[in-house]
Ligand binder design. Structure first.
Ligand SMILES: Nc1ncnc2c1ncn2[C@@H]1O[C@H](COP(=O)(O)OP(=O)(O)OP(=O)(O)O)[C@@H](O)[C@H]1O
Ligand SMILES: [Mg+2]
Length: 334
C-alpha cells in the first residue's frame, strides 16, 4: 500500500493517480463520505476497491471508529452466522466463551463486505434482516442488539447479473447499492502510471534494493503498452520483480517481467508449454503446474477476473479454483 500524499487537491488519500478519472473517484468519495448510505464499490481485481473503502472511512465522520474488513468468500459457511453476529456461550460445541461478531466490532464504524457476491443464499437473508432491523442477534441468544454500522461492499463480479440469474437477492442488492462507486481499470487511466511507479519505488526504496532506482523512459513506455488485467496489484508485482532483477539504478524495459498468465498479448498456440517434441520435461510436476497456471490465468482473464465465471469456464468448482490459485501462487490475482 502506498502512503505518499495523493494530490494537493484531495489531501489524505491513499488512492493515488493524477488522471482525471482518479480525481473524479476521490471527489466522489468526498461527496459521499458524510452520509450513512450504503456504498457498493465495483472494479476489476487489484483496481483499489479496498483502498477506496479505507479512504472513504478516513474521510467520513466515522474515521475514529473501527473499519472492519470481511472477506465474504473466505469464511466457511458453518461459521458465517457466528462470525457476523457473534454467539452466546454454549451456542454450539466449542463455543466456550461469549463472542461478538463483525457487526458488533464495527459498531459506529464501517463494515466492509469484500467479495459480497460470494455470500450464500442463507447468509444473504440474515444480512438483509440485520440491515433492515439495524440490530443483530447472537447465535444462541434471545436479545436483539442495536448496531450502528455503515455498510461498504465490494465485488469484481457483475452483481446485477447475479441478481438476474437468481443467485443474488434483489432486495439485498438494492440495500447495498444505494451509492455505486466504480474504480476504473488501470488501462483506462494510463496517465497514472508514472505517479504510481514513483510512489512504489519510493516505498520500496526504503529497502536496500530500491535505493535511488528509477525507471527508464523506455520502461515507462513498455508499462504504458501493457493492459494490466491485474491492475495496480499487478503493477506492484512487476515493479517489485524488476527491483529484484535490476543491476544498476535504472530499470530498463527488459527488466520488466509480466506474469505470463496475465499477459495482455494473446499467447496463441505456441503459448502453451505442452511437451510437443521428443524431449521430456525436466520435472513432470513443474511442467503440469506451468500448464495449469497458464490455463487458470487465461480463464481468469477471459472471465474478467470474476472467479466464479473462471471456475465455470474451467469446469471446476469455485473452491477448487481458489485452491489452485493458492497452490500455484497466482497470488497477484487474489
Ligand atoms: N490508486 C491507487 N493508488 C495507490 N495504490 C493503489 C491504488 N489502487 C490500488 N492500489 C494498491 O494496489 C493493491 C490492490 O488494491 P486493493 O486491494 O484495494 O484492490 P482490490 O480492488 O480490493 O482488489 P481485489 O479485487 O483483488 O480484492 C494494494 O496494495 C493497494 O494499496
Ligand atoms: Mg480487495
Amino acid at each position: 500500500m502506498f502512503t505518499a500524499a495523493a494530490s494537493s487537491l484531495e489531501p489524505g488519500f491513499r488512492l493515488l493517480g493524477n488522471s482525471p478519472q482518479m480525481g473524479e473517484v476521490r471527489r466522489q468519495i468526498l461527496r459521499i463520505a458524510n452520509s450513512d448510505a450504503a456504498v457498493a464499490i465495483v472494479g476489476e481485481s487489484g483496481s483499489g476497491k479496498e483502498l477506496a473503502a479505507r479512504d472513504l472511512h478516513a474521510h467520513s465522520p466515522r474515521r475514529a471508529e473501527p473499519f472492519i474488513a470481511v472477506n465474504c468468500g473466505a469464511i466457511p459457511e458453518t461459521l458465517m452466522e457466528s462470525e457476523f453476529f457473534g454467539h452466546r456461550r454454549g451456542a454450539f460445541t466449542g463455543a466456550h466463551e461469549e463472542r461478538s461478531g463483525f457487526f458488533q466490532a464495527a459498531h459506529r464504524g464501517i463494515l466492509f463486505l469484500d467479495e459480497v457476491a460470494e455470500l450464500s443464499p442463507t447468509m444473504q437473508v440474515k444480512l438483509l434482516r440485520a440491515l433492515q432491523e439495524r440490530s443483530v442477534r447472537r447465535l444462541g441468544g434471545q436479545r436483539e442488539e442495536p448496531v450502528d454500522v455503515r455498510i461498504v461492499s465490494a465485488t469484481n463480479c457483475d452483481l446485477a447479473g447475479a441478481v438476474r440469474r437468481g443467485v443474488f437477492r434483489q432486495d439485498l442488492y438494492f440495500r447495498l447499492q444505494v451509492i455505486a462507486l466504480r474504480l476504473p481499470p488501470l488501462r483506462e487511466r494510463r496517465d497514472d502510471l508514472p505517479l504510481l511507479c514513483d510512489a512504489l519505488l519510493a516505498r520500496l526504496g526504503r529497502s536496500p534494493h530500491g535505493c535511488g532506482i528509477r525507471l527508464s523512459q523506455a520502461a515507462i513506455e513498455r508499462l504504458r503498452m501493457h493492459d494490466f488485467p491485474g491492475n495496480v496489484r499487478e503493477l506492484e508485482n512487476v515493479i517489485e520483480r524488476a527491483l529484484a532483477l535490476v543491476s544498476g539504478t535504472l530499470i530498463e524495459a527488459d527488466d520488466l517481467q509480466f506474469e505470463p498468465g496475465l499477459c495482455s498479448v494473446d499467447i496463441g498456440s505456441e503459448g502453451l508449454p505442452v511437451a510437443a517434441g521428443p524431449s521430456l520435461p525436466l520435472s513432470l510436476n513443474e511442467h503440469l503446474a506451468a500448464v495449469e497456471r497458464e490455463l487458470v490465468g487465461r480463464a481468469l482473464r477471459q472471465a474478467r477476473y470474476c472467479r466464479r465465471r473462471a471456475a465455470a469456464l474451467l469446469g471446476i468448482s469455485l473452491r477448487q479454483l481458489r485452491y489452485r490459485i493458492q497452490r500455484l501462487a497466482i497470488d497477484d490475482l487474489d
